[in-house]
Unconditional design. Structure first.
Length: 154
């Protein structure tokens, strides 16, 4: 049985983003892995207890705050822990998470200034997964993911 892939729920068309939207990934490889039943999905922010829609939030150091200054770090950490538990419980080989998100970003995130500027960095969930040995990619890295899955599947 092929090992599983942990996926950001919004990439599968779940309307869980802060603005009530989704960002479905329609690449044929991504859809094939979905149809093969390999994906387990989660929205760390929703599982962490935040509503949809919700205020936009960004990482500022170890904290996560909204544009209005509310500290939502605890909810983000709760969602990250739930994601880790899900990955550990489902024989997950790697994660495909939405790039740029303060939870799911794996290469880039917004820089905390709420000016639309990004910086190299990772979201709270991506960071926790990596710290526990999981490979984490963004939806913009499907070539790398395809190669990695070929290696993992043997
Ligand atoms: S937390 Fe992750 S799964 Fe949830 S909406 Fe944001 S990017 Fe998508």
């Amino acid at each position: 049985m092929a090992r599983k892939i942990l996926v950001s729920a919004c990439l599968l068309g779940h309307k869980v983003r802060y603005d009530n939207g989704d960002v479905p990934c329609l690449d044929s490889r991504f859809l094939k892995w979905y149809e093969e039943g390999r994906m387990v999905h989660i929205c760390p922010e929703v599982v962490g207890g935040l509503p949809t829609p919700r205020p936009d939030a960004q990482r500022q150091g170890d904290r996560v705050v909204t544009g209005a200054g509310s500290d939502v770090t605890e909810a983000f950490e709760k969602g990250a822990q739930a994601s880790l538990k899900l990955a550990q419980g489902h024989d997950v080989a790697l994660a495909i998470l939405k790039q740029d998100s303060p939870s799911c970003g794996s290469l880039f995130i917004y820089d905390g200034s709420f000016t639309d500027a990004k910086k190299e960095g990772q979201g709270t969930t991506a960071e926790l997964l990596r710290n526990n040995g999981f490979l984490v990619f963004g939806e913009d890295q499907l070539d790398e993911i395809e190669r990695e899955l070929a290696r993992i599947d043997g």
